[in-house]
Design a protein around this ligand. Structure first.
Ligand code: NAP
Ligand code: ZN
Length: 337
């Protein structure tokens, strides 16, 4: 089969499509014909070698496609060949306390799946969620990493109707998902970007207040003008972590899931204890979280935001567009084209 193989150079421009052996499924796994796989910033991190990936590595977590066959396992078959499916791209041990009682994303072996930028993928059959009629593969593939993560972060902060939610860098995968899902929960959203064009799209999706800046101090000043926020949802990290704390009301919560703009941030201890603010970490989510956001898409409560689709041979272009901060919404690779 054809697959987009990560280059040793760690340069997304060097990403090439090669012929590789078809995946060999273990018991309990299914072979999925990949119709769509979206690109996430984590794919770029892995490609750049932030984590060791090894030779011939194929990335891509957000797989939507059709089951070709299922290798019988210990548990009964959860899917059959011909089923249209979306992968919940999480890996767990399946037996620990958190896998049994939840939340499964606290499992010590918790990790995310890779292998979707290819014509076929071998995945755990019980991680496949049936795709409702009317939801197409490209739209579905926008959901797993970005929307599952955003939904879990909103849950971690118990975002509810009337809350004001601040989202620095609101025009990418996690950012757009946060604006849409917070809006669905009845919250007011405040989003930032360096691009007026992207902010216009964000307002069309329901963002209440937009700010065209990437200067954390300017963000703080401008949020002060409208009043403090209840919750900051922060995937940027770096100096935006400090800004995300500063804009909180007394008793407010910042949830962090990423570090695009830096690994560390300053924490003002007086402000944190005196104003009784909370900072919480959050990583990906659970299969029920994914099923929830998929139901929102199926019910037209949210729309899929697809920036562009790319044939497998143009996977490099999808990555490069992400590095240029050109995209609004998700880049989706369609490996059968
Ligand atoms: N822990 C988890 O479970 C988890 C899950 C998902 C994602 N993440 C992490 O969350 C982050 C976002 O992921 P994503 O896929 O949503 O990324 P993405 O689509 O590339 O995010 C783009 C957004 O980030 C802003 N941005 C990009 N680089 C920036 C920089 N250097 N300084 C300031 N703003 C910047 C962009 O602003 P402009 O509009 O101004 O270009 C845009 O709003 C990544 O670090 C990712 O690894 C973590
Ligand atoms: Zn476990």
């Amino acid at each position: 089969m054809r697959a987009a193989v990560y280059p040793d150079s760690g340069n997304p421009a060097d990403l090439t499509v090669e012929t590789v052996p078809d995946p060999d499924p273990d018991p309990g796994q299914a072979i999925v014909r990949v119709e769509a796989c979206s690109v996430n910033h984590r794919d770029l991190w892995k490609l750049r070698g932030t984590r060791e990936t090894g030779d011939g590595f194929v990335g891509g977590a957000d797989v939507a496609g059709v089951v070709e066959r299922v290798e019988p396992g210990r548990r009964g078959p959860s899917v059959e060949s011909g089923d249209r499916v979306l992968l919940c791209p999480v890996l767990t041990c399946g037996t620990c306390r958190y896998c049994r009682e939840g939340p499964e994303n606290l499992c010590a072996e918790y990790d995310s799946y890779d292998g979707g930028f290819a014509e076929r993928a071998a995945v755990e059959a019980d991680r496949l969620v049936a795709l409702p009629d009317g939801v197409d593969f490209v739209d579905a593939a926008t959901l797993p990493i970005a929307y599952m993560t955003a939904w879990r972060m909103l849950e971690r902060a118990s975002v509810t109707a009337g809350d004001r939610v601040f989202v620095p860098g609101a025009t990418g995968g996690v950012g757009v998902a946060t604006v849409q899902l917070a809006g669905l929960r009845g919250a007011e959203t405040v989003g930032t970007s360096t691009s007026a064009r992207k902010l216009e799209r964000l307002r069309e999706l329901g963002c209440d207040v937009t700010m065209e800046t990437d200067d954390p101090d300017e963000m703080v000043d401008r949020v002060e003008d409208i009043g403090p926020v209840d919750v900051t949802i922060n995937h940027l990290g770096g100096p935006y972590g400090r800004a995300g704390m500063e804009v909180l009301r007394r008793g407010g919560t910042q949830v962090v899931c990423g570090r695009t703009a830096g690994d560390t941030t300053e924490l003002d201890l007086w402000d944190t204890y005196w104003n009784q603010k909370t900072v919480r970490g959050s990583t990906l989510g659970t299969q029920p979280d994914l099923e929830r956001v998929l139901s929102f898409l199926a019910d037209d409560a949210i729309e899929a935001v697809v920036a562009e689709t790319y044939p497998l041979a143009e996977t490099a272009a999808a990555f490069l567009d992400m590095t240029r901060r050109d995209l609004f919404g998700k880049a989706v690779v369609t490996p059968q084209t």
